[in-house]
Design a protein around this ligand. Structure first.
Ligand code: HEC
Length: 146
């Protein structure tokens, strides 16, 4: 009995290791997040005063976040847990409902900010909370390093 459980467990492990992973989808989600990173970088500079406030750039960044928030939930199929230098943690699949809720909140916060931001003062008030959505999710669901 115990022996057959061990054999079954060993088989399960080797079968799982042999499942071909969907590297394209891993690439796509990493690229989507890279675009978020570039959009966040452009606006972080303005927040720090290292670049002049530019409403069009802020709106472009927010639209990048909104489209990423819609796309991301479908980019974690079961065959994309490993490989392709992914830093997504197993927790993503263990608690996918929370991840999806976080993407929805991220999209909603960006949509609200898009409506609220008219000038530099409203930008400084409405933009920073979005970075908490990024950081909060990464803390739980992204490995610090490969
Ligand atoms: C609800 C979760 C969630 C939110 C919100 C989120 N991210 Fe991510 N992010 C991830 C996960 C998971 C990964 C790891 C993806 C992988 O390696 O497969 C990641 C990866 C990244 C990466 C690394 C991409 C690469 O080169 O591999 C960057 C940069 C990034 N995110 C920026 C951002 C920024 C900026 C925001 C906010 C504007 C943000 N993310 C919001 C979950 C999130």
């Amino acid at each position: 009995m115990i022996r057959s459980i061990i054999v079954a467990a060993a088989l399960a492990v080797s079968v799982q290791a042999a499942v071909p992973q969907n590297l394209d989808v891993i690439k796509e989600r990493k690229q989507t997040m890279k675009d978020n990173g570039a959009a966040a970088g452009a606006t972080a500079k303005m927040l720090k005063g290292d670049a002049p406030f530019d409403l069009a750039t802020v709106q472009k960044s927010l639209n990048t976040f909104i489209s990423a928030s819609k796309k991301m939930p479908s980019l974690f199929p079961d065959d994309s847990k490993t490989g392709g230098d992914t830093r997504a943690l197993p927790a993503v699949w263990a608690d996918k409902a929370d991840v999806d809720a976080r993407f929805a909140k991220f999209g909603q916060d960006a949509t609200d900010a898009l409506a609220a931001i008219k000038d530099e003062a409203s930008f400084k008030a409405s933009f920073p909370p979005i970075f908490k959505d990024c950081g909060g999710c990464h803390e739980k669901y992204r490995a610090a390093q490969n």
